[in-house]
Design a protein around this ligand. Structure first.
Ligand code: SF4
Length: 299
């Protein structure tokens, strides 16, 4: 209850977003995260409303920019737990540059993609994960573009935790989100999320027949020599799509330094005294003594 707000949840009946919301609230509760030290950053789209429904700090930002806002928040105050929620249209369409760039930095945040293949809020246009040739009921013609595979893009961009789950398997989604949040480094959770209103192809029945959980699968890199093998296996497994669709954690490597660690290496006071903890005066201006800085630099 601590993580639920009083807002009316106005998604369509049967929307997969309900499963993601429940899974995320349960994950936060089971991890015992302090709502005051947790931030959900959302983009624009049906998924973006989630920032209003979870009782933590919420920032409902611009289309495609949630990851950029989240990066700024985390770097300003690395003590915060920062989670991004946005759709595949938001993160892999207009926001794809940020989605890739944050991978190169390995910022210690969690990125959750509400992956339904359509722009639900604007009446179901084809979004980046809808395969070419698929004609949903909202499209006048079959989709002309090829689909982006979020897992492959994340692996290629440097994400150090790459997972897929399913909105109607709330327990699996909750466990996957928990693992992503506790991972030290940048985590992707791609959530297959039926949109019953506009995507009449990838429905619950369609997914229920195909989805299976990864078993006898060890995604964790424990030494440098394992990287090549584990990332190659993750690539191949992530390509599996059609009659069978795997869900689970495909790849995890905590040996890569986070962006926060990299900044700390250059600015040894960064983690102790990040921007959010710096003194400001009553007008909100930084209290920085240029004199003192220059004095310290004199040789
Ligand atoms: Fe969910 Fe689709 Fe309705 Fe949006 S349009 S709330 S994604 S079912």
């Amino acid at each position: 209850k601590l993580y639920k707000t009083q807002e009316w949840v106005d998604w369509c009946p049967g929307c997969g977003n309900f499963g993601i919301l429940n899974a995320e609230q349960m994950a936060l509760a089971e991890l015992g995260l302090d709502p005051k030290r947790t931030v959900i950053v959302s983009g624009i789209g049906c998924s973006g409303k989630i920032a209003h429904f979870v009782n933590v700090n919420g920032v409902h930002t611009l289309h495609g920019r949630a990851v950029a806002f989240a990066t700024g928040i985390k770097l300003a105050n690395p003590e915060l737990e920062v989670i991004v929620n946005a759709g595949d249209g938001d993160q892999l369409g207009i926001g794809v540059g940020h989605f890739v760039s944050v991978g190169r930095r390995n910022v210690d945040i969690t990125v959750i993609v509400h992956d339904n293949g359509v722009y639900g809020l604007t009446k179901g246009q084809a979004a980046p994960t809808l395969p070419r040739g698929v004609k949903t009921k909202a499209l006048p013609e079959p989709n002309i573009n090829d689909a982006i595979n979020p897992l492959l893009l994340a692996l290629a961009s440097g994400y150090t935790f790459v997972a897929r789950t399913y909105a109607y398997d709330v327990k699996h989604a909750k466990e996957t989100i928990k693992a992503a949040i506790t991972h030290k480094g940048l985590a992707l959770v791609d959530v297959l999320q039926p949109c019953p209103t506009y995507n009449n192809i990838n429905t619950k029945e369609w997914y229920d027949k195909r989805i299976y959980k990864l078993e006898n699968w060890d995604p964790v890199v424990r030494s440098e020599s394992e990287i090549e093998d584990k990332i190659t296996k993750a690539y191949l497994k992530a390509r599996e799509w059609g009659d069978k669709i795997p869900i689970g954690i495909f790849y995890q490597n905590e040996a890569v330094p986070t962006y926060e660690d990299r900044v700390e290496e250059r600015v040894p006071t960064y983690l102790k005294n990040p921007p959010a903890k710096q003194e400001i005066d009553k007008n909100g201006k930084f209290v920085t003594s240029i004199e003192n800085i220059l004095k310290n630099k004199r040789v």
